[in-house]
Design a protein around this ligand. Sequence first.
Ligand code: AMP
Length: 188
Amino acid sequence: MLKIVLLGAPGTGKGTQSEKLVAAYGVPQISTGDLLRQAVAEKTELGLQAKAAMDAGELVSDGIVVGMIRERLNEPDTADGFILDGFPRSLAQARALDELLQELGRPLDRVVHLHVDDEEIVKRLMARGRADDTEQTIRNRLQVFQEQTRPLAEHYREQHLLAKVSGIGDIDAIYARVVAAIAGEVSV
Ligand code: AMP
């Protein structure tokens, strides 16, 4: 059983660390960014609604992403746990997730906050070169993160779930910190 949220600005390595956790713990990674990109590629109604916000580096509406997460968490492969990557991203989403997990009787074990400073993030994302990775969009996503996602850290700190981990350095060294945080050896 592993039920966690990986919190962190874009470019902090959430995706990379998720992959390693998936391999080690055998639970699925759930990324709203991936689910949205899939919807955009398939040109579904939802994808068409989400595309403009994604291209601008703005948040897609809470209703859309919460609906996607609700559906995904009702699929049987999440019975033993999940790694949420890129969700929640606003207090409203965090509260919706709290309610949903309470309904399902599967509360979070831990929220791991991967932290990397902004200039390093811009460098990393410019190198990644995804379609929505222009410098302006990256700076906008960081701004959105500061304003909307930062309050989440406080929300989870109050619930005694938060562990802050430095996302700087070697991938395996960061992973060791993440695993220690999950085990409860790190707290803030
Ligand atoms: P990501 O792959 O997590 O960087 O997400 C890419 C884009 O998808 C973001 O810039 C947002 O436009 C959108 N997105 C992903 N997850 C969320 C979320 N939880 N809430 C709102 N928008 C999201």
